[in-house]
Structures are given as C-alpha cells and as structure tokens.
Write a protein that binds this ligand. Structure first.
Ligand code: ADP
Ligand code: MG
Length: 364
C-alpha cells in the first residue's frame, strides 16, 4: 500500500487556469520522491493540500490508506519543513528540535540520540545551544530541516528546503539529505525546481507543469525517455536541443530535414519509433548536447557531420559547452576538455560535429 496516494487532485484559485488540474501519483513507504517543475507549476499547492493547510476542489488524498478529507493537519502525522522563520526565537537549537519530540513523549535518551545524529549530518552539531538569532540564514534553514526530520512522521513534506543555501552547501546537502533519508528510512515528498537536485537525490521524479503531471519515473527514465518536449527541455544540463524537421524518405533510408541541415536517421531508430508506416510530415527532434561530438575538419562530408561556426563558448574547467551556429540554427554541444590542451576556438571559427542518430529523441 502506498504511504501517500493522490488521485485526481484539483485546486482552483479564482477564475483563471486551475493551480492543480487533476493530478494523481503515489509515494511508497521509504521512498524519496521529487515533485519537480518550474515556478507556478503547482508544487507548493500540492504540499499544502497534503499537509491539510488547504483543501482540494476535487480528488482524494490517502495517507497510509486513510482518506484525509476533513482530517486536521495535526492529525495527519506529516512533518513539513517550513522556512527558517518558523523557528522559535526564544529556544536554542536543541530545544527547537526537541519540541516536536517532547510533544510525542520520547524518552530523553531517544530524543538526544536522534537530535545528535540529525544535527551531525546537517552540520549543526556545534550550534545546539545557540538561539536562531545567533545563526546565519543558512544555519537557521538547516535547523528548520532538522526539526522536521527528527520527528517520526509517516511522510516528510519539503518545499525547496535548500534552494536558498549557497552553491557549495547545497552540493553538500544533496549528498547528506540522501544519506539521512536512507538512515531514517523516511518517506519524503520533496518539492524542487532544480532538476539537478531531483536527478541526484530522487528515487522517482514527478514532473509537474501548469497543474498537470507531465511524467513520472526514475531519474534515468526521465532523462533517457522524456515523455514530451517540456520534460526533455526541463531535465538535463545543458538543456536538450530541439529542432523542427520534415521527415522524408531518402532512397532506402530516412532523413529529418531542418531549415539548416539534414540528419540521416538510423533504420533501427526509425522502426523503434514506428516511423516507417507514417506519412511524411513535421516532427520535433531532440538532441542532447552530450550526443553531439566535435570532429576534425577532415571528417566533413561524412554522414551526419555538420559544419558550423562558434557562436559562443563557455568553459567550466573540465568540460566545455559550445553554442554552434549552422545557418539560422544554434545548437549546444557539450564536450570534455580537449586532452591535448589546444586553446578554445574563437567566436566565429569553423567547427565540425557529428550527430549521433541513435541518440535522437522524437516528439510530435
Ligand atoms: P509552485 O510552488 O510550483 O511555484 P504554486 O503551487 O505556489 O506553484 O502555485 C500554482 C499556481 O497557483 C500559481 O499560478 C499561483 O499563482 C497560484 N496560487 C497559489 N496559491 C494561491 C493563492 N493562495 N491564491 C491565488 N493563487 C494562488
Ligand atoms: Mg512553490
């Protein structure tokens, strides 16, 4: 039985588009599930409904098999991470974390063990006797996370809990959060707009946009087989290139012709997508920047080698991202740093790259 079961949830504020337009998903016991989507997708609304802070216009929420309609927030046994401003200013960090445990009657020894472990992982172990006012914003936020995680809840609801921390601390917290979740065998529904967080931490990801579920799957499913163009462009760094093409028969094979160049398609790929039975017409192809490869100029003229010019180049130490201009099209290409240490090409310099036709994505 799913710990959290959400079915046909709708929520409308005023007359415009609904904030939630009939979403359904499950979170299994001990699962770490991400609700991923851009700002305004309906993520916070979903958490608030689950916590009982707001009420749906339609649909059902079951927690541990029990229908939550009419059940008050305090009776739901959910722990929600609010932001740092919800800490009690007159209590020190230990007492802030102990508060929800005392309410549940834990023994002092159990309470101390749980607080020690949680605060150690969150890196706030040495701050236990300080008050919130004596902590930095990032430290306060970690205390707020700790206060939610120390208590035993059937599900933990987290709304972008680390998005305000600086980049280095965020990277540390991604790893630690995952460890903490395993160690406490916690069931977590975690809201984020950051695909990197979802990809690295989530057991499964629910991609939400405009109040609708776009796809549900493991990070790998979502990355390798995005269900639609929105998911394809939202997940993956740098973002997937998309190209509108005409699909045409080319002798015995197939090609996709965009305004600026043609891609010869792989026969197995065409069959896998059932294109051999299809009338010629427009399709949208997706090409991940990782699936375009720089090749030497001698390779020009080979199948699927294109000639372009450097539009922009961005180097990140061990990797380089090229924006390559081919006529009126700009494609992004991701590459490891050249092993021979040659300098980066100048803006406008000619560049040759190969498209891997087996790695193409197809969208209608
Ligand atoms: P997210 O957390 O994904 O950024 P929200 O769930 O906060 O999105 O909001 C989804 C949509 O619902 C947005 O268009 C937002 O403006 C609207 N919305 C959310 N809460 C309210 C509210 N209390 N009153 C009016 N509109 C709201
Ligand atoms: Mg939100």
């Amino acid at each position: 039985m799913a710990e959290l079961h959400i079915e046909g949830l709708e929520r409308r504020f005023g007359s415009g588009k609904p904030a939630l337009d009939g979403i359904s998903f499950d979170v299994a016991e001990r699962e770490f599930v991400f609700l991923l989507g851009p700002s305004g997708a309906g993520k916070t609304t979903t958490l608030r409904l689950t916590a009982g802070l707001d009420h749906p216009d339609a649909g059902r929420i079951l927690l541990g098999g029990r229908d939550m309609a009419g059940i008050a927030p305090r009776e739901r046994n959910v722990a929600m991470v609010y932001d740092k401003h919800s800490l009690y200013p007159h209590l020190n960090v230990f007492e802030n974390m102990a508060y929800p445990l005392r309410l549940r009657g834990l023994t002092d020894a159990d309470m101390k063990a749980r607080i020690d472990r949680t605060s150690e992982i969150l890196g706030i172990g040495q701050l236990l006797d300080r008050r919130p006012g004596q902590l930095s914003g990032g430290q306060q936020q970690r205390v707020a996370i700790g206060r939610a995680l120390v208590r035993d809840a059937s599900i933990y609801l987290m709304d972008e809990p680390i998005s305000h921390l600086d980049a280095k601390l965020r990277a540390h917290m991604r790893v630690e959060f995952k460890k903490l979740q395993r160690e406490f065998a916690a069931t977590i529904l975690y809201v984020s707009h950051d695909q990197l967080e979802a990809m690295t931490m989530g057991d499964r990801i629910i991609v939400l946009d405009q109040g609708r579920v776009q796809q549900i799957g493991t990070p790998r499913d979502i990355y390798d087989r995005p269900a639609n163009r929105f998911v394809a462009e939202f997940v993956g760094e740098p973002a997937m290139n998309t190209l509108t093409c005409d699909l045409m028969q080319d002798g015995t094979g197939w090609k996709a012709v965009s305004q600026d160049f043609a891609v010869h398609l792989d026969v197995a790929w065409v069959q896998r997508h059932g294109l051999q039975n299809r009338k010629p017409g427009k399709v949208v192809l997706g090409l991940r920047p990782q699936h375009l490869t720089l090749v030497p100029s001698e390779d020009t003229g080979q199948p699927n080698v294109e000639d372009g010019r450097v539009y922009a180049v961005e180097t990140l130490g061990s990797e380089t991202v090229y924006d390559i201009e081919i006529g009126g099209t700009v494609l992004r290409l991701w590459s490891r740093r050249q092993a021979d240490g040659r300098p980066l090409p100048a803006i406008g310099a000619p560049l040759h790259f190969r498209v891997n036709p087996q790695a193409l994505h197809l969208f209608d």
